[in-house]
Design a protein around this ligand. Sequence first.
Ligand code: G4P
Length: 534
Amino acid sequence: MAQRTVDEQSPPTGVATQTARRRSFAVISHPDAGKSTLTEALALHARAISEAGHVHGKSGRRHTVSDWMDMEQARGISITSASLQLMYRDTVINLVDTPGHADFSEDTYRVLAAVDSAVMLVDAAKGLEAQTMKLFAVCKHRGIPITTVINKWDRPGREALELMDEITERTGLTPTPLTWPVGIAGDFRGVLDRRTGQYVRFTATAGGASIAPEEVMDPEVAATREGEAWETAAEESELLAAAGAEHDQETFLAGISTPVLFAAAVRNFGVHALLDVLVDLAPPPGPRPAVDGGARAVEDPFSAFVFKMQAGMDTAHRDRLAFARVCSGVFERGMVVTSARTGKPFATKYAQQAFGRDRSVVDEAYPGDVVGLVNAASLQVGDTLYLDKPVEFPPLPTFAPEHFATVRAKDAGRYKQFRRGIAQLEAEGVVQVLRSGLRGDQAPVLAAVGPMQFEVAQHRMASEFNAPVELEPLGYSLALRTTGQWAERLTAERDVEVLRRESGELLALFPGQWRVRSVQRTHPDVVLEPLVAA
Ligand code: G4P
């Protein structure tokens, strides 16, 4: 839910103006790279306007009020996504939070449909890690421009040039460093600003609790002051220049090159530079492609799509909250919009009730902003909402599940609650639900990208729908898309099963790649297509 503090001044009017001053981005990283720390550092350097849901770090930071709060706290992970709105240099920055745990990747991936750019946060000692690579693949698929931040430079790590090589080799992106570290990893003194040639020297503050002072110096002064560390940085920067590693706005926006910054989020080093890059280089919201082949211009009447559903924010009311990204026009609280999927009206008048905190609620939101809509039980992940001029955005991608389990009500007498709960979890995208005539409705198959999605489903079935369930893991690890004409032959194969998604799409499940190969040898004509890789 977008909220605004009461002291927020009236923003300039006009959708085009408002859109031009908005940047919406997500941080993609592997757990522990420092995403929560960076988020807090950004909030320290920019003025936080509002929080949609909560941006929650590890234990002891902020908490979310949700049904599975106990689970989150016990594990010290964040399960739910929301967004944080910041104001920096007259630009409204929406940081859409991605759950950090590898198991919640499906949710994380959907968030990437709601942003216009991403920040790839890399641990200087570890380089590109597994989850970063997976998330990068989704960004690449969607053509999302990426800014790279090498974090934890205050700790011993790899060499900067070596990290640049790794980015080139493993992502195919051309790294174009905007800053270059002065001092090796573990001896972070400041950065060479490669666009001005000047030295930005950082000064540590106690515990990184306040904004780290930055001093800007000319190269001559830097050379005297930092000696060899400066010389090395300057030489390496020249090497980069000779190799053509200079920022190019066109290739950045096309997802071909990536500006690189060096930082130590925990000390608040390099955070201003990131905010400046977001304001100066990251793209504002643009027209959004629609299903009919056209596009919704930002000045068109209001439209948005739901990228995240969240239940139980208020346990007393069993509320459903839908997080929607505004794509065009102005969102005004109280507005009655239409859901493109159902054709039914949806009233947004309760928008303010989601959080009873000491902030006033936003009355307006613009393209790029995230709004939280309460009483959203009729909405589903991927739904388009519009005012006046109908539009429908393409469905959000569903990701290739790798974990499968049958689900059954523990108490057969609670079948009605069971069905309702499963349908709701499916609508929210908590898990994918697969069915077949063979298995019947009593025991559908749950499919997930990460097994913890099952735990959330199980927890909610018991606590929210009063229908405790039993899960029985299945031995499949791979799903491929197929069509009805092949279903019979595939089903006849040992260890292979064909199941139906809610959309009608058929998925063939296999225990592993080896089995796919052997089935394809036996049936070379059978069509099996990969789903979007997660
Ligand atoms: P995540 O959200 O990406 O999972 O990472 P998070 O911010 O929780 O950071 C993971 C750990 O890395 C934390 O340490 C955090 O303090 C540390 N960290 C983040 N940024 C930096 C940095 O720039 N430099 C250094 N040296 N460390 C950084 P922790 O072990 O979980 O807790 P703590 O006891 O160290 O605070």
